[in-house]
Design a binder for this molecule. Structure first.
Ligand SMILES: [Zn+2]
Length: 236
């Protein structure tokens, strides 16, 4: 294979790879898999958020529990004080007032605890739901991946063969030419190399003037199109 043939083949291979990629990205499974990925990320974020909320609620419940124990101790102490004749309350009324105050506080603690417990239960329920959605997404992802691999098998094989051939073709081109090709691919968005179809370059299709045509035919095999400035291969 001459260098000009290798260059033309490289262009064909790269266009083939672009076509394959287009086919693969057009498979509906790709879109579905992308959506699953987004949904999974959303669920994972939700789970992390809920974990934080649960920890906060659990901490609040814990604090309330400590406060409850401290008030229960105070009730016991008040009762002991009442029984102690020397350090006892000045009156039954004071003792009752104190006990009623503690009882109110304990009641409020219980009320707050119940509210937090309900909240915790709700969070646990939501967590369970999110995990169930997560495992459904896993399942869906497995199914879509398998379906994608099956649908893409032929194209994937073609991509593999093209890539192998590309490595071989690239090894036959000089670094300077490869660099020139890469720059032209970038500049022209894919089609960087033209060949001659009669007196017309294959990409821009602008007929060369007879004198230009003659100059080009007698010049180097790898040149530049005078119209579109793509790499023009006059013989391949
Ligand atoms: Zn051209």
């Amino acid at each position: 294979m001459t260098e000009s043939q290798a260059l033309v083949r490289l262009q064909q291979i790269d266009l083939g790879l672009i076509r394959c990629e287009r086919t693969l990205s057009g498979l509906p499974q790709r879109d579905k898999l992308a959506k699953i990925k987004v949904a999974r990320r959303r669920v994972a974020t939700e789970l992390t958020k809920m974990l934080g909320q649960r920890k906060d609620v659990e901490m609040e419940i814990n604090d309330l529990d400590k406060t409850r124990v401290s008030f229960e101790t105070r009730v016991t102490e008040a009762q002991q004080k009442a029984n102690d004749s020397e350090e006892g309350y000045r009156s039954v009324k004071d003792f009752e007032a104190q006990l009623s105050d503690y009882a109110k506080r304990l009641e409020k603690i219980q009320f707050d605890t119940d509210k937090l417990m309900a909240e915790l239960e709700k969070l646990e329920h939501a967590d369970k739901n999110a995990r169930s959605i997560q495992s459904k997404l896993d399942e869906e992802e497995r199914a879509q991946t398998a379906s994608y691999e099956e649908a893409a098998a032929d194209v994937t094989r073609e991509v593999k063969a093209l890539k192998e051939e590309r490595a071989d073709v690239v090894s036959q081109l000089s670094p300077e030419l490869l660099e020139r090709y890469a720059a032209a691919v970038k500049r022209f968005g894919g089609i960087a190399v033209e060949t001659l179809d009669g007196n017309k370059p294959s990409a821009c299709r602008v007929a060369l003037q007879p004198s230009q045509f003659s100059d080009i035919r007698h010049g180097p095999v790898i040149t530049e199109c005078p119209y579109c400035h793509r790499i023009l291969v006059t013989e391949s």
